[in-house]
Design a binder for this molecule. Structure first.
Ligand code: SF4
Length: 323
């Protein structure tokens, strides 16, 4: 079976000789050759003119599955490299669930917890993946609101998806994989802050982890948004942290929204530097998925230094009008 690996994964495994500034803590694997769907923001969409080895900013060279598994074992045993997680990015294609279940079963034997980002699946398919030993399942909403979803991922994009079905599917996944379900939200597709707050609360009620992405423009894809404003992105990161990770007693009254904008967040002094690092499944750092190494860095793939942390908090305060 042929797969694609993110360039960083291939370098970490020694399959490609090159240097990298921040190695991935997760092995990123892409399953499938062509996606049948047509999400407006995606480089792998049916009508995308972007190169076929691109997903977001990352190149994904092709390898044989056996070569990959052999190299994972060799890296762990002989070079003592520890990977915190492996994650399959799956394209939508016939037979995907069976192929994924088999791959998960094999990779799990190395002891690495395995996640998979999939399209909405039915209960039987989710159970097949659970039985195969999948640690976490991810179903990306990508859009933070129904109108944005319809435009970029639903009918407006030429896909059969609906917002309601995606929510229902995430809800079902959170029952089959309780406390082990994730979703992705892309910030910067003209969603309002209130939309982001509402969908985060919906996820929180179901113990669904939220991984934040910044919209990244590419030549050849249909959507034409600009990257999000960094102070706004930092504010949404701080909010996500307080809601999901902070363990700091953050409640609905601790955030205020006026019009389409967050204007107050209580407890900013309790926002740790992890708030501005890559979010999602534990151990996932997705280095430079949304940004150039030279910045601006939306999701830090490593701990922040004191200056970066202070600057990030100041950007939140600036967005809230406190500075
Ligand atoms: S958060 Fe990371 S590990 Fe989890 S599904 Fe998303 S890309 Fe994969």
């Amino acid at each position: 079976m042929k797969i694609r690996l993110s360039m960083g994964t291939a370098i970490s495994l020694g399959l490609i000789k090159a240097s990298q500034s921040v190695p991935p803590t997760t092995l990123y694997i892409m399953l499938g050759k062509n996606c049948v769907n047509n999400c407006a923001f995606c480089t792998q969409a049916r009508e995308s003119q972007a190169p076929e080895d691109r997903l977001s900013r990352v190149n994904w060279p092709e390898f044989q599955w056996d070569e990959f598994i052999g190299q994972v074992k060799e890296s762990m045993m002989e070079r003592e490299i520890k990977f915190k997680r492996a994650c399959f990015q799956t394209l939508a294609y016939e037979g995907m669930v069976d192929e994924l279940a088999q791959a998960v079963g094999e990779l799990k034997k190395t002891g690495i917890p395995v996640s998979a980002a999939v399209k909405p699946l039915d209960k039987k398919e989710l159970e097949i993946l659970m039985m195969a030993g999948l640690d976490r399942i991810g179903i990306a909403l990508d859009a933070a609101s129904q109108p944005v979803f319809e435009d970029v991922k639903g009918m407006g994009a030429g896909n059969p998806f609906t917002w309601e079905e995606h929510l229902a599917s995430l809800d079902m996944a959170s029952q089959v994989f309780p406390g082990r379900t994730s979703t992705h939200l892309i910030i910067g597709m003209e969603e309002a802050d209130q939309d982001v707050l509402d969908i985060m609360n919906w996820c929180l009620e179901r113990e669904i982890t939220v991984g934040l992405f910044a919209y990244t423009p590419f030549r050849g894809v249909k959507a034409g948004f600009s990257p999000p404003d960094v102070p706004r992105y930092r504010t949404i990161q701080a909010l996500r942290y307080l809601l999901f990770d902070g363990d700091v007693g953050f409640g609905p009254d601790d955030v205020a929204v006026q019009g389409s904008r967050i204007v107050r967040i209580n407890g900013l002094d309790r926002v740790g530097q992890e708030a501005f690092m890559t979010s999602g499944c534990a151990g996932c750092n997705r280095p430079f998925y949304n940004e150039k190494v030279s910045g601006p860095i939306y999701n830090y793939p490593r701990p922040l230094d004191d200056r970066e942390y202070a600057e990030s908090i100041n950007l939140v305060r600036r967005y809230l009008g406190e500075l």
